[in-house]
Design a protein around this ligand. Structure first.
Ligand SMILES: Cc1ncc(COP(=O)(O)O)c(C=O)c1O
Length: 459
């Protein structure tokens, strides 16, 4: 057992079940127990400081010590710690937050529906899509298309759209009705000699063929992250969404933008949909909606969807679903304060001003022989690790190249994340300064060269 393991670690090992964790390895190595945070930094229970290079799980946009959010929560707890939105009930925070989200939505949306997590927002999107097409008299039109390596959460339905083997194998997923098309990663999936535009055309053609093969009268919606996050930070190739949307329009397929990571400034615009000219019919968002301080997500729907839902609820007597904690007043108050802070401090403008430094330092790491591609936009980036740079061949999974790099970074006080396909994800709090960006990449550069040495020696 690891020498660092203390009593509290033993209790964690004995009682806590950790998601996305090798449970057997956890019994050996124990947890990293985070005890406090300030700005872009967090500390563990041994008082080691880390720069949080993934903003928790892509969410803590305002850093780990924003007092205004703590106060917004405390004030709302004092005023009204709980109420709900079932059966015509509402609260002031729900009303104000809905109004604000509809005002800033990337495309005209007419209603916001609140839930507790990105997964639930996706799940509600699926339900509403089915309800919508039943309401339109199209009961066969139910299939939902996502992309391989897309991440859309872990509910049984959302986890069927999350097309990553680790998250489906032996969980008996995906469910029927959930189908998958190509991931939009040019570096790994583009063919030799193929331009980005030609790659985008091929993907749009493949999508069209898939819809034709399935039967256009059976395909209801296409869901995509503007930048594919947890599946490996893949940016859409030039002209991709433009071409995809032509296909969706042709076959009456809804476009759903999953903005759970990209929403609220991450890509240098308020929405990833704005960065990539996406015209969604529905939008899911979460994470940076409350800077991760409290669980909250939202599904926004356009008028064309809303009108059918309204007719359906009239027919059935009510919109037959809802969550006890959906639109929790304290979560909504914190989200509202988060959006106020973004506006007052021009957080999107800040992202734009520091992103060039972030992207420049990221790109420099692309010269390492271990890095096949360094890619990013705004304040999100990734390094895709390879064994051979010319062929883009990857290390065998058992080498754990990504995990090795993450461990080397952590030993230097930097938290980054290993994603599927030996991709290292970098996604710091949006409040990060240029000096802190340099600190992040100085540590990451050292970790890359140390990992390079370790892996080359082992080879
Ligand atoms: C794009 C996207 N959609 C959905 C989800 C699921 O969100 P949650 O973990 O809050 O359920 C995530 C989580 O990372 C995500 O990145």
């Amino acid at each position: 057992m690891n020498a660092r393991i203390t009593d509290i670690h033993k209790k964690d090992i004995a009682h806590a079940l950790h998601p996305y964790t090798n449970l057997a390895a956890h019994e050996e190595q124990g947890p990293l127990v985070i005890t406090r945070g300030e700005g872009v930094y967090v500390w563990d229970d041994q008082n080691n400081r880390y720069l949080e290079g993934l903003a928790g799980l892509w969410c803590v946009s305002l850093g780990f010590s924003e007092e205004r959010l703590a106060k917004a929560a405390a004030d709302q707890f004092a005023a009204l710690p709980y109420s709900h939105t079932f059966a015509h009930r509402s609260t002031e925070p729900v009303i104000a937050l809905s109004e604000k989200l509809i005002e800033i939505a990337p495309e005209p949306m007419t209603r916001a529906f609140f839930l507790n997590s990105g997964s639930e927002a996706i799940d509600a999107m699926i339900r509403f899509t089915w309800y919508y097409n039943n309401g339109r008299g199209l009961p066969k039109k139910k299939k939902i298309i996502s992309r391989k390596r897309g991440y859309h959460g872990v509910t049984v339905a959302g986890g069927s759209l999350t097309a990553i083997p680790l998250m489906q194998n032996d969980f008996d997923l995906p469910l029927e009705r959930m189908i998958h098309t190509d991931p939009a990663g040019y570096y790994r999936y583009g063919q030799s000699g193929e331009s980005e535009e030609a790659f985008a055309s091929r993907l749009a053609d493949n999508l069209e063929q898939l819809i034709i093969n399935e039967g256009p009268d059976t395909v209801a919606a296409f869901v995509a992250e503007p930048v594919m996050g947890a599946g490996g930070v893949m940016l859409p190739p030039a002209t991709y969404f433009e071409k995809i949307q032509v296909v969706l329009d042709k076959y009456d397929v809804l476009m759903v933008a999953d903005e759970v990571i990209c929403g609220f400034g991450r890509t240098g615009n308020m929405w990833g949909s704005q960065t990539y000219d996406i015209r969604p019919d529905m939008v899911t968002c979460a994470k940076q909606l409350s800077s991760g301080y409290l669980p909250i997500s939202a599904l926004m729907i356009s008028d064309k969807v809303y009108e059918v839902l309204k007719a359906q609820s009239r027919k059935h007597g009510a919109l037959g679903m809802g969550y006890t904690y959906g639109g929790h007043p304290v979560s909504c108050a914190v989200a509202l304060e988060t959006l106020k802070i973004y506006e007052e401090r021009d957080t999107v403008g800040h992202v734009r001003s520091v992103a060039p430094r972030f992207q420049e330092r990221l790109a420099q790491l692309g010269s390492s022989t271990l890095v096949g591609e360094a890619r990013g936009v705004g304040l999100i980036g990734a390094l895709e690790l390879v064994m051979d740079k010319n062929s883009a061949k990857q290390y065998p999974a058992e080498v754990k190249a990504g995990a090795t790099l993450v461990a080397r970074a952590q030993a230097r006080g930097l938290i980054v994340r290993a994603l599927p396909g030996d991709v290292i994800g970098i996604c710091p709090p949006l409040i990060i300064t240029e000096t802190q960006i340099d600190e992040l990449f100085d540590s990451l550069a050292e970790a890359v060269s140390e990992t390079e040495g370790l892996l080359r020696r082992a080879a």
